[in-house]
Design a protein around this ligand. Sequence first.
Ligand code: FPP
Length: 249
Amino acid sequence: MSILDKIDINSTPKHIAIIMDGNGRWAQQKGHNRLFGHNFGVESVREVLKAAQKTNIEYLTLYAFSTENWNRPKEEVDGLMDLLIRTIGGEVEELHKSNVKISTIGDIGGLPTSCEKELIDAYEKTKNNTGVNLILALNYSSRWELTNAAKNIALKVELGDIKVSEINEQSIIRELSTSNIPDPELLIRTSGERRVSNFLLWQIAYSELHFTNVLWPDFKAQDLYGAILDYQSRERRFGKLSEQIDKNS
Ligand code: FPP
């Protein structure tokens, strides 16, 4: 029985978010520069997306560039931007053929104009697709997102559109960049680090966390299936007692 056959297809997570970590270490272990690792990381993105298409996963969110990543050496930032532009431009046709819908979360206006343009073309081309939703987190951080949400709500109060007493969880969710996306049931981080690094802090309140030592360029379909199996072995209680959980739901 293959690992894919062991997955209960009726209870796969709808939304998986991944912190793709370890590209730099992977390259350095092989005596190459860090950009070599990022280039190989794209191959894992392709594989994981194909694997996601074989299960019931509807949303795949990938942390591709954080707000904090601008602090890396210029050569690496430029190389990453160049890689993003080439990859998005080069893959969009194939992604469109396989019915993938591309979107982003993050401050896309802060990316180089050519990158923003590739992204807008990719949204436009794939907007009517009904397969996996591929969400690229680019120039994204949760604190940026939550700060924006707070500002937008404050503005609505200032304009008299809502009262402070009316602010609730839904008012905050509406202001997040993920407002139309369900929360991820599963968050994966590769490379052995056990942190969430400013990623989807609101949205992962009840997510299951799966940490693996595998470095991102080595993370393949089998690793994704392994993470899903791990998720399916967990009991999700959402604050309730074990006895209160309907095991069949
Ligand atoms: C973290 O590894 C990885 C990144 C900052 C970049 C990830 C980007 C890609 C894999 C390209 C994806 C492209 C698309 C279009 C989705 P790291 O550099 O922090 O590794 P380290 O912890 O070993 O230094």
